[in-house]
Write a protein that binds this ligand. Structure first.
Ligand code: SF4
Length: 327
């Protein structure tokens, strides 16, 4: 079985590792794109914020930050769950919530001039509401300052706490409520923390749509974890069944060299197969679909939303301009 590795900060593979398939190689920013990348970094660091781009070692960090976007991760940088695909640090008792975080976040979004922003969260099973009230404050702070900016919340499952979800979604100024099922149900126990499951995630998405029919609901699946193509089709159908309208599919890449902590890559799916799933998903009625090897839940999220709202297929997965091939 091949070992997967994500490119390091220079976009290249650590020495000693097999080369990734051509379609998984990333581009480095150059020229104007490099300046934008640096600007994004300064805003993130200057506002003492965390991003999932960095914490999860996302392979698109060069591309997204060079476009001036990032996905902020709120409620700390330690997660109470220990999923086997994710490199975010796990702690049973993370640091207390930072009550100044919502305003610093709003300031960063304003400085970056974002028309659409994705906020993601760590699981906070240590809090009675799973962090719902804090997530809501973060969204509200952005909206107060930037009422025209559309906001997408990539939320935890709140441990299936219906009361917390109701509080979170009540009058929250969101455009997209996202929650990831991550993998097909058969692989839950191998991939996700024991507290998470496909069924619970599906229920969160179903309830969210019931509570706020005016919001787009979105989810994401990783492939390359041991699922079959037919199981992906079935998972997509189950998502449609609970009203999910936006979906992303991407190749799983183990975040580190320790296979004891991270589940190994079982297969590299070709771009052609991702295209087939995109066609299938559109035929099922999904309004926005991004499916490709390097697609992640928040990748080109604003464009995906636009696709859903205009009914026009807009998602281009090409790298940013002025970039140079890294490997
Ligand atoms: S795909 Fe999402 S997590 Fe990855 S770099 Fe882009 S914005 Fe960040």
């Amino acid at each position: 079985m091949k070992k997967a590795v994500v490119p390091n900060s220079r976009g290249t593979l650590p020495s000693g590792h097999a080369r990734l398939p051509e379609w998984l190689r990333v581009n480095l920013p150059a020229g104007r794109s490099q300046a934008t990348f640096n600007g994004t970094l300064q805003v993130v660091q200057g506002n003492e914020l965390h991003t999932v781009c960095e914490e999860a070692g996302c392979p698109n960090v060069h591309d997204c930050w060079a476009r001036g976007t990032a996905t902020f991760m709120v409620a700390g940088k330690q997660c109470t769950r220990g999923c086997r695909f994710c490199s975010v640090e796990t702690l049973k008792q993370p640091d207390p919530l930072d009550t100044n975080e919502p305003e610093r976040l709003a300031d960063a979004v304003e400085r970056m001039g974002l028309a659409h922003v994705v906020i993601t969260v760590v699981n906070r099973d240590d809090l009675s509401d799973g962090g719902a009230d804090h997530y809501k404050r973060c969204v509200a702070a952005i909206h107060r300052r930037l009422p025209e900016t559309t906001i997408e919340l990539l939320c935890s499952d709140l441990e299936g706490n219906g009361q917390a979800l109701t509080h979170l979604l009540d009058e929250i100024p969101l455009r997209v409520f996202a929650h990831n099922v991550e993998c097909v149900p058969r692989l839950d126990s191998a991939v996700r923390d024991p507290k998470a499951s496909f069924a619970q995630s599906l229920e969160v998405l179903r309830r969210a749509k019931q509570l706020r029919d005016d919001l787009w609901t979105k989810s994401s699946l990783m492939v390359g974890l041991g699922e079959t193509d037919a199981e992906i089709t079935d998972a997509l159908l189950q998502l449609r069944d609970v009203g999910v309208e936006l979906v992303t599919l991407g190749q799983y890449l183990a975040p580190g060299r320790s296979t004891a902590r991270f589940i190994p890559v079982e297969r590299y799916v070709t771009p052609g197969q991702f295209e087939k799933w995109a066609d299938e998903a559109r035929a099922m009625g999904f309004r926005g679909v991004a499916s490709g090897p390097l697609v992640r839940s928040s990748y080109r999220a604003g464009t995906l939303l636009e696709e859903a709202e205009t009914g026009q297929r807009l998602v281009q997965l090409a790298p940013a301009e002025n970039s140079s091939k890294a490997v």
